[in-house]
Design a binder for this molecule. Sequence first.
Ligand code: PLP
Length: 400
Amino acid sequence: MSSPDAFLAHVRQELDQLDQAGLFKRERIIATPQGAHVRTTDGRTLINLCANNYLGLSSHPAAIAGAHAALDSHGYGLSSVRFICGTQDRHKELEQRIARFVGCEDAILYAAAFDANGGLFEPLLGEADAIISDSLNHASIIDGIRLCKAQRWRYAHDDMADLARCLKEARDGGARFILVFTDGVFSMDGTIARLDEIRALCDRFDAMLGIDESHASGFVGATGRGTHELRGIFGRVDIVTGTFGKALGGASGGFTAAKREVIELLRQRSRPYLFSNTLAPAIVGGSLAVLDLLESSTALRDRVADNALWFRQAISAAGFEIKPGTHPIVPIMVYDAVLAQRLAARLLELGVYVVGFFFPVVPKGQARIRVQLSAAHSREDLERAVAAFTQAGRELGILK
Ligand SMILES: *Cc1c(COP(=O)(O)O)cnc(C)c1O
């Protein structure tokens, strides 16, 4: 066999192995905008409980109008990275607005939050420094840290004693600067980081704190500013990264917010910023319209908080075990991977779109259905969803 043929045979074998292990991901094709209800290409309308569309803004008229206006006034694309000829007045405006929204001095835009995290650590820290991260941090944080020469520590998820151990070891080891970095909200469990305690520990060891607010910006905290608002440390986080691809409109784009000088250094050295195209004007316009909406009213974040509370209570009363909490991510624990997949498949037949999560996305024996509530869901949607869960749960013997 020639080497390209051998390679293709190898790729086929890898795919077969994924399939046999039950790990092959099949994409379902949607023929409508994103929303509380979606229609698949086979013509079925489903209640959607698996989008990151927390505020229901993915297809909101205000976001669409903002994007249309920007298309008309600022064009389709810039055909340039930011520092050559790809910076418009609206990019600067969005950077100022998102920085203010998350309580920082300045911000820098990226094509995605994955890039924000990928380009964050290497420009700022070096061999003399230490990065301490939660063991369940998002893949993009893990990759970003890998690209940086700083020494690394990992603490057990949400374990403050273990974080203190890491801080002490890094300090005693003579680290110049120490950065603790964590997801604000962890996407598989809906766990909300204890940022008040983490900040206090950072202060004790003279360390900086950075958070990724992808599952928090726009709806966590009394005015939706994020996990730091909820935990009472708004304005006291050194670095905030986040996405425009979830609650804040759901299109795409990411950001890093921090002190002015830190952002300036990222503009000089952050590789995904220097070597990748500028954010499209329509997304900038849509994101600005979303921030206008969220700064003028808390109605949508109140709505999703209400829906989360109602659904958590109702699904528990139906007899399902959930991970306790308040976040609109509601993990419904099934434990067994095959059973989780059968439950998701049956729910799909019953008109409820959910996905089973199992190893390696979550630990072995911790399989679950992850429900995500949205401000776009009506109470009737949620009642129908709980009824479908109850029926499927009984049929599969999960409920007695
Ligand atoms: C979704 C997510 C990202 C990636 O966001 P994109 O803008 O889609 O690249 C990064 N970090 C966390 C914690 C996320 O949940």
